[in-house]
Design a protein around this ligand. Structure first.
Ligand SMILES: *Cc1c(COP(=O)(O)O)cnc(C)c1O
Length: 428
């Protein structure tokens, strides 16, 4: 494939934007080469500035659950834009999407909309601290909760890809309040809680992790966390920025039948526009300003275009009874096809999958936490990434990312992908 225009555009971008990108995961630093510049996208395909077509498995890093330029979302945004793009006053559509979200997700009474997943997680932790009057938090190595200071401690995908899991600029004071636990290791969590009795406000987790590849929770891990939280007056925060409205209508709470105290959303909830949200029972949400004194605000929060996109997205998801089964079936088909192709050429690998999330790890052992994810062979991944790109398949340029399956993918697209994996596997 030719990438002339992308390469030229990247050179221009590098002059005025750090690293040429507005979010580091878009750079090709971990795999070499220069990023592809997107021109347009429709359904399962993205087209670059050189008019190459790719089957897209990034899908804007998750939001495009129903495919690119999904018509109901596009129509809703255009119609809203004609009525004004922002008011800084309450609008009816904010209540509409809040009502729908609260009806879809178990165990929440109220939801507050913000502009990104980062903001949602940052605000959720502030609320947990304000509610419990305690300061420390527990997070898991390899889980990503956005780029606010408290979370940039062993932060998964982007941060790991760029070799700075613990970012400079985060003060010692902030870092000491974030305790780091091992995913899927309940003894480790117990030990941390015991060593910090009465000091922990919340445990925040990606309940199905997606930022060290896809790593589902082991049997009863989430239930055990729930028990520890109940016994120690700790709030359990499910960061469902990736999994919310993707793995089930009600997210991981529904899927694993475990209640969280605060749930964070992003990605799918905005239908491709910048939206995040956090939600909880009344008892907790009543501590938030203007009802309570935990402050949180946003000039563009609940923006009408963003809410229109999100509402159209959630409405489609809510009215489609087969969606999650279709997505899971497609992902399983892809899993089996990729495994066969890699096995045929004896490529050492492990594939993890949950619903519409899947990741291929070039590692021998089971991938259950950050350490096992980090054992993957990055040289193999680099070759795989570029091989796939050359075959017109766009996966994330990092070994620590999940592939996002969209409903727009046809079985022909999946077969084309599997054929590409087989072709590339021969070269690994
Ligand atoms: C993407 C992501 C975030 C951050 O969301 P942004 O919108 O990029 O700020 C937080 N948590 C998880 C689990 C994510 O996948």
């Amino acid at each position: 494939m030719l990438y002339q225009r992308s390469s030229a555009l990247f050179k221009d971008a590098e002059q005025v934007i750090p690293g040429g990108v507005n979010s580091p995961v878009r750079a090709f630093k971990a795999v070499g080469g220069t990023p592809i510049f997107a021109k347009s996208a429709k359904g399962a395909y993205v087209y670059d500035e050189d008019d190459n077509r790719y089957i897209d498995y990034i899908n804007s890093w998750g939001p495009m659950l129903l495919g690119h330029a999904y018509q109901p979302v596009v129509d809703a945004v255009i119609a809203k834009a004609k009525q004004g793009t922002s008011f800084g006053m309450p609008t009816e559509i904010e209540t509409k999407i809040a009502e729908l979200a609260v009806s879809m997700v178990p165990n929440i009474d109220k939801i507050r909309f913000v502009n990104s997943g980062t903001e949602a997680c940052m605000s959720a932790v502030r609320l947990a601290r304000g509610y419990t009057g305690k300061e420390k938090i527990i997070k898991f190595a390899g889980c990503y909760h956005g780029h606010s200071d408290a979370f940039l401690i062993q932060a998964g995908s982007g941060a790991v890809t760029f070799g700075s899991p613990n970012s400079p600029g985060v003060t010692q004071g902030t870092a000491k309040d974030t305790l780091l636990a091992t995913y899927n290791d309940i003894d480790n969590v117990n030990a941390l809680v015991d060593a910090n009795k009465g000091e922990i406000a919340c445990i925040i987790i990606e309940p199905v992790a997606g930022n060290m590849g896809c790593v589902p929770p082991k049997n009863n891990f989430l239930k055990a966390l729930r028990t520890i939280c109940d016994q120690n007056d700790i709030l359990l925060i499910f960061d469902e920025v990736m999994t919310g409205f993707r793995l089930a209508k009600g997210g991981v709470q529904e899927l694993y039948n475990v209640d969280a105290d605060i749930v964070c959303f992003g990605k799918v909830v905005g239908g491709g526009l910048p939206v995040g949200a956090f939600a909880a029972r009344n008892e907790i949400m009543s501590h938030l300003a203007p009802l309570g004194n935990v402050y949180q605000a946003g000039t563009l929060s609940g923006n009408p275009l963003a809410m229109a996109a999100g509402l159209a997205m959630l409405t489609s998801i809510n009215s489609d009874q087969d969606l999650f089964k279709r997505l899971a079936d497609k992902t399983k088909y892809l899993h089996e096809g990729c495994a066969n192709a890699l096995n045929k050429y004896h490529v050492v690998h492990t594939i993890n999958r949950k619903g519409s999330m899947i990741s291929i790890h070039f590692a021998e052992d089971e991938v259950v936490d950050f350490d096992s994810a980090a054992k993957g062979n990055n040289e193999t991944f680099k070759a795989f990434f570029h091989g796939m790109l050359n075959e017109g398949i766009y996966i994330a340029p990092s070994a620590f990312e999940t592939w996002f399956i969209t409903d727009a993918l046809s079985y022909e697209d999946l077969d084309e992908t599997i054929r590409a994996v087989e072709k590339v596997a021969q070269t690994l």
